[in-house]
Design a protein. Structure first.
Length: 72
């Protein structure tokens, strides 16, 4: 197996990295906005591949627009 192994991130680690509440990360996972692995138990929770987190961030870069006044 030539595939490189990466350490998966827990919900709390992703929340800390993004500066959001862990429940926000769980909501993104349940809604399918963020790709993750559901380990299927209360104690296991979700795990997120760093590459999937990078893709999630990249897809949202520049999506917000700010209102600017136009000179008259």
């Amino acid at each position: 197996m030539a595939e490189e192994y990466r350490k998966l991130m827990a919900v709390q680690a992703v929340a800390d990295y993004l500066g959001v509440h862990p429940e926000t990360v769980r909501r993104w996972l349940r809604d399918g906005r963020l790709v993750g692995i559901d380990l299927g138990s209360d104690s296991g929770g979700w795990r997120i591949d760093p590459a999937d987190l990078d893709a999630f961030i990249a897809a949202r870069r520049g999506t917000r627009t700010t209102k600017t006044e136009t000179p008259q």
